[in-house]
Each structure stands twice: as structure tokens, then as C-alpha cells.
Design a protein around this ligand. Structure first.
Ligand code: DQA
Length: 144
């Protein structure tokens, strides 16, 4: 089963970006880790990161067309992008992941416009949230 892990703006700077909030693991280390976690679960994981909203919309459209499950961290778009919300609404299985607990930070981070269209949301469990999201996808989509 193929799964897309899609990370939005500024997540390419994981490791150097506010490490007190997001940790010291880089995006490429995260990607490598998720590919091997996924393989152990029977998933073929593809990890992508972009700072460009249109590119994210194209990946979500592909997931809709090919019925691919998605693990999505929309990053700042989570709080205001109706375009990302509309794209997510077309995908059958989307687990939204936030590394930090967005409910325990600034008020503007509590406003989540994508979440109503996600299947479920994980927030505040660090990078481990991505592993949990993959476990959920595997439980639903891997048979045998
Ligand atoms: C984030 C939380 C967002 O508020 C923020 O804009 C991000 C990352 C998280 O993973 O905790 O870029 O989605």
C-alpha cells in the first residue's frame, strides 16, 4: 500500500527551526525514518515537503485520484488555507499531524481549517505522531 506523507511550509527546516518546539531531527532524517517504519508495517511510504501551496494541492489531487492514504502536516496552512481544506476534503483517508500541541500555543494556532476534513488529527506527540499515523493507515489498509 502506497502512502503519501506530505509536509507543508517551513517543515523542510526541521532540525534548525525552533528546535525547542520542533526538535533537532532534520526533515531528511524524518523522511528516512518514516520510509523504514512504513516498510516494517507493509507500507510503501513517499515523503514530500513543500513551501508552495499549489504543489501541495497537486499532491492532494493525486492522492484523491489514486485513492492513496495521506499523512499530512499542513503546518501554517492548517490555520487559514481553504484551498488545502478543499483538497483534503477530496481524499478518502487523511491523518493530520502536528508535531507541537497547537492547542497549547498561541490562540491563532487553535483555529484549524483543515481538521474538519481530515479523518483524524494527532497533535503534540512530536515526530512520533507521524509513526502513529502510519500505524493507523497500516491497520486500515494493509491486509494479510
Ligand atoms: C505545526 C504547527 C503549526 O502551527 C505551525 O505553523 C507549523 C508546524 C506543527 O507541526 O506543530 O509550521 O503544524
Amino acid at each position: 500500500t502506497k502512502v503519501l506523507v506530505l509536509n507543508g511550509p517551513n517543515l523542510g527546516r526541521l532540525g534548525s527551526r525552533q528546535p525547542e518546539i520542533y526538535g533537532s531531527t532534520t526533515h531528511s532524517q524524518l523522511a528516512e525514518h518514516l520510509v523504514s517504519t512504513g516498510a516494517a508495517l507493509g507500507l510503501d511510504v513517499e515523503v514530500h515537503q513543500t513551501n508552495h501551496e499549489g504543489e501541495m494541492l497537486d499532491w492532494l489531487g493525486r492522492a484523491a485520484d489514486e485513492d492513496l492514504p495521506v499523512v499530512l502536516n499542513p503546518a501554517a496552512w492548517s490555520h487559514y488555507s481553504i484551498a488545502v481544506a478543499d483538497a483534503v476534503a477530496q481524499v478518502g483517508l487523511v491523518v493530520e499531524v502536528h508535531i507541537s500541541n497547537v492547542h497549547a500555543r498561541e490562540d491563532f494556532r487553535k483555529h484549524l481549517v483543515v481538521s474538519p476534513y481530515a479523518t483524524g488529527v494527532i497533535a503534540g506527540l512530536g515526530l512520533g505522531g507521524y509513526d502513529l499515523a502510519l500505524r493507523h493507515v497500516a491497520a486500515l489498509r494493509v491486509s494479510g
